[in-house]
Design a protein around this ligand. Structure first.
Ligand SMILES: [Fe+2]
Length: 298
């Protein structure tokens, strides 16, 4: 096997796949075949890129990713490529993330950027309309795709670059580790339809309706939740969301860790929540992230 899989030091629910420089070297040539523009304009080129990625890893990477993401016991994998050399630049990271995405499924069109992926910065100053880019406030635990019609089975978050960064650690929580899962998933309000909207920057004209908690085919709870976008229509729904938010943030079972530049988190979006701790104030602060969300093939 040309990649290694291990348990994350903070939790065995999180798998870590390390990619060696000597293997990444083998990607340089097939990745050169595609420019960022051709990947953006020609969907089939992303499949061909992903196939090259899988081939370098003996066609075992795709199966491993799909296996981990669908395993309720784990469901999150961190890809750690050894990218100390400058030849592994930001274009390389976009291509690697694209390849990872197309080994597991089809990305949703990201209306924030009008592409199959989004790149964005978190900086000292921010005038945006959501918590995504607010450096000095907690980005509370949430799932993605709460306000879109497309299924959001999984998400990819890659750290492209950062400078002037202290703190701002990644925070994730497995639903089955959450102390309040039984109480809140069994509360009838949690199974009611809520209305979900989104602020202007997301470029979504419609609203959707769905409950916070559902059961999957095995009867296990799943969650679709973010604090900013549900529009409670009465006191009962408002108080339920406040309790849910408080119970998530006070959980003792959150997993917190710094994500290295170049590394990618891939999570099942039904039973993992993600967030970020506030950064230490710094006028030079800059972090660039890439995200892709999508659905599984099949
Ligand atoms: Fe998110």
């Amino acid at each position: 096997m040309s990649f290694t899989t291990s348990n994350h030091k903070n939790s065995k629910r999180v798998q870590v796949i390390s990619l060696k420089e000597s293997d990444l070297d083998k990607l340089i040539f097939p990745f050169k075949k595609h420019t960022i523009t051709s990947l953006e304009y020609k969907p089939f080129s992303r499949f061909s890129l992903a196939k090259s990625l899988d081939e370098v890893f003996e066609n075992k990477l795709s199966n491993k990713l799909v296996e981990i993401l669908n395993d309720r016991e784990t469901g999150t994998v961190i890809i750690e490529p050894e990218i100390n050399n400058k030849k592994f630049d930001k274009d390389f990271l976009v291509k690697l993330s694209t390849g990872l995405a197309y080994l597991i499924g089809n990305p949703n069109f990201d209306l924030m950027t009008g592409k199959y992926y989004a790149r964005f910065h978190v900086k000292h100053q921010d005038s945006s309309d959501s918590y995504l880019r607010k450096a000095y406030t907690n980005l509370d635990l949430h799932t993605d795709g709460t306000y879109v019609k497309e299924k959001t089975d999984w998400l990819i978050m890659t750290k492209m670059e950062e400078q002037g960064v202290e703190n701002g650690e990644s925070v994730i929580l497995h639903l089955d580790d959450w102390e309040h899962l039984d109480e809140l998933s069994n509360n009838p309000v949690g199974q009611q339809d809520f209305i979900w909207g989104s602020p202007k920057s997301k470029n979504i004209e419609y609203k959707v309706q769905h409950p916070v908690f559902r059961k999957d085919k095995d009867g296990k709870s799943t969650i679709s939740y973010i604090d900013q976008f549900p529009e409670p229509k009465n006191m009962e729904q408002g108080l339920f969301l406040q309790r849910l938010s408080d119970c998530l943030e006070e959980s003792k079972n959150k997993i917190e860790f710094p994500l290295h530049v170049g590394s990618t988190i891939l999570s099942n979006n039904y039973f993992w929540l993600h967030g970020r701790k506030p950064f230490k104030e710094n006028t030079n602060l800059s972090r660039e992230l890439l995200r892709i969300r999508g659905n599984f093939f099949n």
